[in-house]
Design a protein around this ligand. Structure first.
Ligand SMILES: C[S@@+](CC[C@H](N)C(=O)[O-])C[C@H]1O[C@@H](n2cnc3c(N)ncnc32)[C@H](O)[C@@H]1O
Length: 298
C-alpha cells in the first residue's frame, strides 16, 4: 500500500496539476527544515505534497474561512475511526439505491438538508461534508446568500464515499499540523524563522460568465485581492518567501489587474487544465499565474 497521503476532497481549483510548477519555484530543498503556512488550504493539495516530500518540515499551519471544511480537518485528525464508521454506513446505503434513481435523489437531498441545518454533532457534520463532496455535481462547493450549500446531485453511479485507507493516512499526517479557521491574515502570527507561505485565494473570475468564487458567504472581490497583496508585502518585509496562484485575467481580454498589482514581484504564467467549468468543451488548457517574491531556483 502506498504511503503517500492524498487530498480527501474534490475541490475547485485543486492544485495537484500545478505541483511541478510550484516545486520549481519552491524556496527550500527537500532536506531543509522550515515552517509551511497555507492560509487558503481548500483540499490541501500543496499541504499533502509537502507532508509527502519534505520529511524535515518542522511545522505546518493551515487555515481556511470555511467552517465546515475546517471542522472536517479537525475531525479527521481527532476522530477518524468514528468518521469512517459513519461514512461506511452511508456509502452502503447510497450504493444500495443505485438502481432506484428517485430514492437515491431523495437520499442525497435529505443529506443536504441535514448538512444545512448545522445542528448535527461535529463528526456527523464532517461526514455529511465528505458525503456531499463525493456525491454532488462535480464535487463543487457553492453556497447561497444565506450560507446554505446548494449544489445538486451528481451523476456518479457508485461514488467512493469512504476511502478509509486514505482517511487514516490523512489523520496520521495531520497530527503535526496546526489547523486554524478564519481570515487569512491571522496566519502571520504563526510565522517563525524559515517560514514560507503558499497562497491560493479564490481566483478572480476570467470574465463575468466564468465567475466562480462563491466558496463562502461574501465574495473575494478586487478589494480582497488588494488586501491580499498588502499581506504579501508584509510577508516580504519580514523576509518570508511566498508563492501565490491566481487566474491569468489577461489572456482572454486586456486586463492588467495582476500585472499591475504584483508589478514588484516575479509573475510566471503556467499552463493549467481547469475542471470547474460545467461546459466540458470549455475545459481546455489555460494559463494561470504563479507569483513569487523570489526568483525561480530551477
Ligand atoms: C482556490 S481555493 C483553494 C484551493 C486549494 N489550494 C486546493 O488545492 O484545493 C480558495 C479557498 O479560500 C478560502 N477563502 C475564501 N476567503 C478566505 C479568507 N478571507 N481567508 C481565508 N480563506 C478564505 C475558500 O474557502 C477556499 O477554500
Amino acid at each position: 500500500m502506498s504511503k503517500q497521503v492524498k487530498p480527501f476532497l474534490k475541490w475547485a481549483g485543486g492544485k495537484t496539476q500545478l505541483l511541478s510548477d510550484i516545486e520549481q519555484r519552491f524556496p527550500y530543498a527537500k532536506e531543509e527544515t522550515f515552517t509551511f503556512i497555507e492560509p487558503f488550504v481548500g483540499s490541501g493539495a500543496v499541504l499533502f505534497w509537502i507532508l509527502n516530500h519534505f520529511p524535515n518540515v518542522q511545522q505546518c499551519i493551515i487555515n481556511d474561512i470555511n467552517t465546515d471544511l475546517i471542522n472536517t480537518y479537525h475531525t479527521i485528525r481527532n476522530d477518524v475511526g468514528a468518521l469512517i464508521e459513519q461514512l461506511d454506513v452511508w456509502q452502503s446505503e447510497y450504493h444500495a439505491l443505485t438502481l432506484d434513481a428517485e430514492r437515491k435523489k431523495a437520499y442525497y437531498y435529505q443529506k443536504r438538508t441535514d448538512f444545512n441545518t448545522k445542528e448535527q454533532p461535529q463528526i456527523q457534520q464532517a461526514a455529511l461534508f465528505i458525503f456531499l463532496n463525493r456525491t454532488c455535481f462535480n464535487g463543487l462547493y457553492r453556497v447561497n446568500r444565506s450560507g446554505g450549500f446548494n449544489v445538486p446531485i451528481g451523476s456518479y453511479k457508485t461514488p467512493k464515499i469512504c476511502d478509509a485507507p486514505n482517511l487514516k493516512k490523512v489523520s496520521e499526517a495531520l497530527q503535526k499540523v496546526i489547523i486554524l479557521q478564519g481570515d487569512f491574515k491571522q496566519t502571520l502570527e504563526h510565522a517563525q524563522g524559515n517560514t514560507m507561505f503558499y497562497l491560493d485565494p479564490p481566483y478572480k473570475p476570467l470574465n463575468a460568465s466564468s465567475s466562480f468564487n462563491a466558496y463562502a458567504k461574501g465574495e473575494f472581490n478586487d478589494d480582497e485581492q488588494r488586501r491580499l497583496k498588502n499581506f504579501c508585502d508584509t510577508l516580504s518585509e519580514q523576509n518570508h518567501p511566498w508563492i501565490l496562484s491566481n487566474s491569468d485575467v489577461n489572456q482572454m481580454e486586456e486586463n492588467n489587474f495582476f500585472d499591475e498589482l504584483y508589478d514588484d514581484y516575479h509573475i510566471n504564467r503556467v499552463l493549467a487544465k481547469r475542471a470547474i467549468n460545467s461546459n466540458s468543451a470549455k475545459r481546455g488548457c489555460i494559463h494561470e499565474l504563479l507569483i513569487t517574491n523570489q526568483a525561480a531556483t530551477a
